[in-house]
Ligand binder design. Structure first.
Ligand SMILES: *[C@@H]1O[C@H](CO)[C@@H](O)[C@H](O)[C@H]1NC(C)=O
Ligand SMILES: *[C@@H]1O[C@H](CO)[C@@H](O)[C@H](O)[C@H]1NC(C)=O
Ligand SMILES: *[C@@H]1O[C@H](CO)[C@@H](O)[C@H](O)[C@H]1NC(C)=O
Ligand SMILES: *[C@@H]1O[C@H](CO)[C@@H](O)[C@H](O)[C@H]1NC(C)=O
Ligand SMILES: *[C@@H]1O[C@H](CO)[C@@H](O)[C@H](O)[C@H]1NC(C)=O
Ligand SMILES: *[C@@H]1O[C@H](CO)[C@@H](O)[C@H](O)[C@H]1NC(C)=O
Ligand SMILES: *[C@@H]1O[C@H](CO)[C@@H](O)[C@H](O)[C@H]1NC(C)=O
Length: 501
C-alpha cells in the first residue's frame, strides 16, 4: 500500500515533463487515413533503402547502453529487507474465443473483457495505452456481429472516463491494420491525446506493444490488441498487476519512449536521456510481496534502440528464461520462424531455435512448443517445426514436442482475421514470461514490444493461489491436452488449418 494518504499520485518525472501526456494539450491526431497517406508516400520515396539502412543500424551500431554486463542472477535476498510501499497483486487474464469449449473443470484465467473493465474502474487520474492498432467496434471493420459488443462497451467506458476528467493518452503504430476504425478519432474528440509512432521510419518496424499503465500504479500487459475480436474471437493471454507503483512507473518509462517518438519530427535518440533509464531489470528485478508471496518481476523491451540504459532487451529476456530452466519450457506463440519475416533479403536466424535445442540437450529440459495454425498460417513454418520435433529423442533423454493449436472457425466465418490463438507466452518451473512478440527475428530487432517476467516462490503454509508460473503452466497444459492441439503427425500439413469444428 502507498504510504501516502489521498488519491494515487502520478509518477513524478513523466507527468511533470513537457512532453508528458499528463497535461491536456491540443490533440495532434489527424486520423488514420491522413497519416497513412504520408507514411506510404515516404515509403515510396525512400523505398527499401530506409528499411535496409535502419536495419543495418540496429545490427551494427551498439544500441544505446541497453544492457548490463553479464553476471549471475543475484541470490534472492531477504524479503524483509525491502520496505514494502506497495501491496501488489497479479491476475492472469485470458480471452477464450466463443465456441471453444473445454472439458468441465478445466483451469481458466479471468476473462480479459472483465479484467479490462475492472482495471478501468480503478482509474482515478490517468490511463496510458500502448497499442498496435484500434478496432473496438464491429463497424470499424464492416462486421455486424453480436460478439463485437464487449469491445464497443470498452470504447464507451473510455469515453465515460474522459467525461469524468480522467486523462487518456494513446500511443499507437504509424502503420497498422483497421485503417477505417473511428475509435481514436472518437476518443480524441472526447479529449484523449493520441500519438502515432512512425516506427517504420525510426527502426523499420511497427509499434506492436500492448500494455496499459493506469494512475501510475496498475498495469496490463499481454497479447491482445485494442480490437473487439481480441475479447470474443481470438485467444489471448495477459496479466494485470494492481497496486504496484514501482513496476507501473518502470513500464511507464517505456510508454514515454513511444510518446516522445510520436511527437512531430522526433528522431531516435543516440542515447536516451537519464530519466528514461530503468533500475528494474534482469539483474536487479523488482522484489516484493504479491498478496504476501515473495515475487520478482521485470519488464523487457524491444527493439534494442528503444532500450534506454538498464532496460533488458526482450530477446535477452527470452533467452535468459530458457537458459534458467532445468525441468520444463512450455511455449505458446502465434508464430514461430527461425528466420526474419519482413526484412529483405530474408535471413536464417536460429537464435531461439538453438536455445531450445540447447536446453533440451544440455539440461535435459522437457521442451513443448504450441504454435497457432489458422487460415492465414504461412505453410513455410512447418519444415521448421518438423525440424525441431525431429530433434526429440526420448531414449537419449532429449524431449522436444511441437503441436499446432487450431481454433475451430465454427459459424464465425464471417469475421475476418479471427479464430486464432494470438497468445505469446512461455512458462518454466522458474518463471512466467508474458510477451507481445511473435517469435521471429524482426519482432526482436525492429518491432516495438514488451515482455514481463515474473517468478513467485511457493508461499509456505499459505493456502490460496499457486505461484503465477504454476497458474500459467496449468493453462498451457489445458491447451496442450485439448482436442484443439494437434501433433505434427496427426495434422495433414499443407492443408490450411480451417477446422469447422
Ligand atoms: C525525461 O525528461 C524529458 C525532458 O523533461 C521529458 O520530455 C521526458 O518525457 C522525460 N521522460 C521520462 C521517462 O520521464
Ligand atoms: C474502408 O472504407 C473504404 C471506403 O469506405 C471501403 O472501400 C473499404 O472497403 C473499407 N475497408 C474495410 C477493411 O472495411
Ligand atoms: C445487424 O444484425 C441484426 C440481426 O442480426 C439486425 O437486426 C441489424 O439491423 C443489423 N445492423 C446493421 C447495421 O446492419
Ligand atoms: C477537469 O480538469 C481540469 C484541469 O485539470 C479542471 O480545470 C476541471 O475543473 C476539471 N473538471 C472536473 C469536472 O473535474
Ligand atoms: C489496491 O489498494 C487499495 C488500497 O490502497 C485497495 O483498496 C484495493 O482493493 C487494492 N486493489 C487490489 C486489486 O488489490
Ligand atoms: C454457432 O454455433 C454454436 C455451437 O458451435 C451454437 O451454439 C450457436 O447457436 C451457433 N450460432 C448461430 C447464430 O448459428
Ligand atoms: C504475428 O503473426 C501473424 C501471422 O503471420 C500475423 O498475422 C500477425 O499480424 C503477427 N503479429 C503482428 C500483429 O504483427
Amino acid at each position: 500500500m502507498d504510504t501516502r494518504a489521498g488519491p494515487p499520485k502520478m509518477p513524478t518525472p513523466p507527468h511533470r515533463a513537457a512532453e508528458a501526456p499528463g497535461q491536456p494539450r491540443s490533440a495532434s491526431f489527424h486520423g488514420p487515413m491522413g497519416r497513412a497517406g504520408s507514411v506510404l508516400g515516404l515509403l515510396a520515396l525512400l523505398g527499401l533503402g530506409i528499411v535496409t539502412f535502419t536495419y543495418r543500424l540496429a545490427q551494427v551500431s551498439p544500441p544505446p547502453a541497453c544492457c548490463l554486463p553479464h553476471s549471475e542472477e543475484e541470490p534472492l535476498g531477504s524479503w524483509e529487507a525491502q520496505p514494502q510501499k506497495d501491496s501488489c497483486q497479479l491476475v492472469l487474464a485470458e480471452s477464450l474465443p466463443q465456441d471453444l469449449p473445454y472439458a468441465a473443470g478445466s483451469p481458466s484465467a479471468q476473462s480479459l473483457a472483465q479484467a479490462w473493465l475492472q482495471l478501468l474502474d480503478t482509474a482515478q487520474e490517468s490511463i496510458h495505452v500502448a497499442s498496435y492498432y484500434w478496432s473496438l467496434t464491429g463497424s470499424d471493420i464492416g462486421v455486424n456481429d453480436s460478439s463485437s459488443q464487449p469491445g464497443e462497451a470498452l470504447l464507451q467506458k473510455m469515453q465515460q472516463l474522459l467525461a469524468r476528467n480522467i486523462s487518456l493518452a494513446v500511443a499507437t503504430s504509424g502503420t497498422a491494420p483497421a485503417r477505417n476504425s473511428t475509435d481514436l478519432r472518437v476518443l480524441a474528440a472526447h479529449g484523449a491525446q493520441v500519438r502515432q509512432v512512425p516506427m517504420q521510419q525510426l527502426t523499420g518496424g511497427v509499434l506492436h506493444s500492448k500494455f496499459w499503465v493506469v494512475d501510475g500504479r496498475h498495469v496490463y500487459v499481454g497479447s491482445a490488441n485494442m480490437d473487439w475480436r481480441s475479447l470474443t474471437q481470438v485467444k489471448e493471454l495477459g496479466a494485470i498487476i494492481y497496486n504496484c507503483s514501482s513496476l507501473a512507473q518502470d513500464l511507464e518509462k517505456t510508454f514515454q519512449t513511444y510518446w516522445v517518438l510520436g511527437a512531430p519530427h522526433a528522431v531516435l535518440p543516440k542515447t536516451w536521456p537519464q530519466n528514461f533509464s530503468s533500475h528494474i531489470n534482469r539483474f536487479l528485478p523488482f522484489r516484493g510481496l504479491f498478496d504476501g508471496v515473495p515475487t520478482t518481476a521485470y519488464f523487457s523491451a524491444s527493439p534494442p534502440a528503444l532500450c534506454p540504459h538498464g532496460r533488458t532487451r526482450d530477446l535477452d529476456t527470452v533467452l535468459a528464461v530458457m537458459a534458467d530452466a532445468r525441468e520444463f519450457i512450455c511455449i505458446s506463440v502465434m508464430e514461430y520462424f527461425p528466420t526474419t519475416r519482413f526484412s529483405r533479403p530474408a535471413r536464417y536466424w536460429p537464435v531461439l531455435d538453438n536455445a531450445l535445442r540447447e536446453a533440451a540437450f544440455n539440461q535435459g529440459v522437457r521442451v513443448r512448443l504450441l504454435v497457432s495454425c489458422w487460415l492465414h498460417t504461412d505453410p513455410t513454418t512447418f519444415p521448421y517445426l518438423r525440424s525441431l520435433q525431429a530433434f526429440s529423442n526420448p531414449t537419449a533423454g532429449i524431449s522436444v514436442d511441437v503441436k499446432v493449436f487450431i481454433v475451430p472457425v465454427g459459424n464465425h466465418s464471417s469475421i475476418p482475421f479471427s479464430r486464432v490463438s494470438h497468445s505469446k507466452y512461455m512458462v518454466t518451473e522458474k518463471a512466467a514470461y508474458i510477451g507481445t512478440s511473435n517469435w521471429s527475428e524482426d519482432y526482436f530487432s525492429t518491432t516495438a514490444g514488451v515482455g514481463l517476467v515474473v517468478h513467485q516462490q511457493l508461499a509456505p503454509a499459505q493456502p490460496g493461489q499457486p505461484p503465477v508460473q504454476e497458474q500459467l503452466r496449468q493453462l498451457f497444459e489445458r491447451d496442450w491436452h485439448s482436442q484443439y492441439a494437434v501433433g505434427l503427425d496427426g495434422h495433414t500439413l499443407g492443408q490450411d488449418c480451417v477446422w469447422q469444428g
